[in-house]
Design a protein around this ligand. Structure first.
Ligand SMILES: Nc1ncnc2c1ncn2[C@@H]1O[C@H](COP(=O)(O)OP(=O)(O)OP(=O)(O)O)[C@@H](O)[C@H]1O
Length: 353
């Protein structure tokens, strides 16, 4: 289902929980609503569902305004974080629930439930109750139950939040595959950036009631449009005084700050680093073993930076003097933000960005 939201607002008293949010979602896409707690993600989801009335703005499904449609007439399926299975019902009856409400025939219900049991890998579990299932299995039942009445839009509110880390990763991949296979337009809420990046076709970053940016995970990572997005997605360090960053001094003043991602930085022993004339002198503060790489904390002229080094690279030690080449930085002040390259560097950045 194609979805359009125009200038959506929601106020609770004089508190503006959602402010002028507009977006469109293509049919079959999987969208992650990502942002810090209290930003307005759940409020947006609830307005789409019809569980909350917008203070102003329009919601269109297939180009038709649905503001006045009650939830049960919107063709929506839900999956919540706390499973919300009916405890006194078996897996079969949980999945069949929405179909019974719709008064479908026994045969039709059986056929649909069994095909969903098959799809979600729950074969053999039909007669179990919720307490006889693992967290991951319960979420799969919740997913099958939401899909049973053939909704046109699936809304998932923190669907993985109550599941432990290892299963959560598996379930994410599983859910993405399922949604692709079924081809249903889906929106899920999360405050976990890794989850959004891994699962979503497109991410909408929601902060303080506003939609800061919408785009593919890669696009948002590569081209953040606001300082908030830049700092929220990916790891980064904020440098308050750009004058201390070699190759970027020109940008100093006007309250300009820099956001530096680990992969913008190249670090090496003095004399070994390429493009030495564009590099700063610095010192290693700490080195942490991160399993697949070294995390290196650096300091140059009072500026603190963080980067990674491959495991196979020569080990750096605390207090060791190093050369630090900052390839690029995300610069911003109160008026604008932009991505800048080190002006002393002649060759393009060797890394994938
Ligand atoms: N019924 C309500 N009455 C008053 N304030 C509300 C109500 N519902 C939500 N809010 C407020 O609106 C803001 C947005 O809440 P919302 O639940 O949409 O945020 P969220 O991004 O989903 O956060 P979380 O990740 O914590 O669920 C919060 O500050 C919240 O306290």
């Amino acid at each position: 289902m194609h979805i359009e939201v125009r200038n959506l607002n929601k106020s609770f008293g004089d508190f503006h929980a959602v402010q002028n949010v507009s977006f469109q979602i293509e049919k079959g896409h999987l969208i992650g609503l990502l942002g810090p707690s209290g930003g307005g993600k759940t409020s947006i989801l609830r307005m789409l569902a019809g569980l909350e009335t917008p203070s102003s703005g329009d919601i269109l499904f297939h180009g038709q305004r649905v503001n006045d449609l009650p939830p049960q007439e919107r063709g929506i399926g839900f999956v919540f974080q706390n499973y919300a299975l009916f405890k006194h019902m078996t897996v079969y009856d949980n999945i069949a629930f929405g179909l019974k409400v719709k008064k479908q025939s026994k045969e039709r219900i059986r056929e649909r439930v069994m095909s969903l049991v098959e799809l979600t890998g729950l074969k053999g579990f039909e007669h179990r109750y919720a307490h006889q299932l693992s967290g991951g299995q319960r979420q799969r039942v919740a997913f099958a139950r939401a899909l049973a009445p053939e909704p046109q839009l699936l809304l998932l509110d923190e669907p993985f939040a109550a599941i432990d880390a290892k299963i959560r990763t598996e379930l994410r991949t599983w859910l993405k595959e399922m949604i692709e296979r079924v081809g249903i337009t889906s929106i899920f809420v999360t405050h976990d950036q890794d989850e959004a990046i891994e699962v979503a076709d497109e991410i909408m970053i929601i902060n303080k009631g506003r939609l800061e940016q919408k785009g593919t995970p890669w696009d948002i990572y590569k081209n953040p449009q606001t300082p908030f997005v830049a700092s929220f997605i990916g790891e980064s360090t904020i440098v308050e005084d750009v004058a201390g960053l070699k190759g970027f001094e020109d940008a100093a003043g006007n309250g300009t700050k820099a956001l530096v991602r680990p992969e913008y930085i190249e670090v090496g022993k003095p004399g070994e680093i390429r493009l030495a004339s564009a590099a700063m002198d610095g010192i290693v503060k700490h080195v942490h073993f991160r399993g697949s790489e070294w995390l290196v904390e650096l300091e140059a002229d009072g500026v603190k930076l963080v980067t990674y080094r491959p495991l196979e690279s020569e080990v750096l030690h605390p207090n060791e003097r190093v050369s630090i080449l900052l390839h690029r930085a995300y610069l911003f002040n109160d008026e604008k933000s932009w991505i800048a390259e080190n002006r002393l560097k002649v060759d393009p950045m060797p890394i994938y960005i």
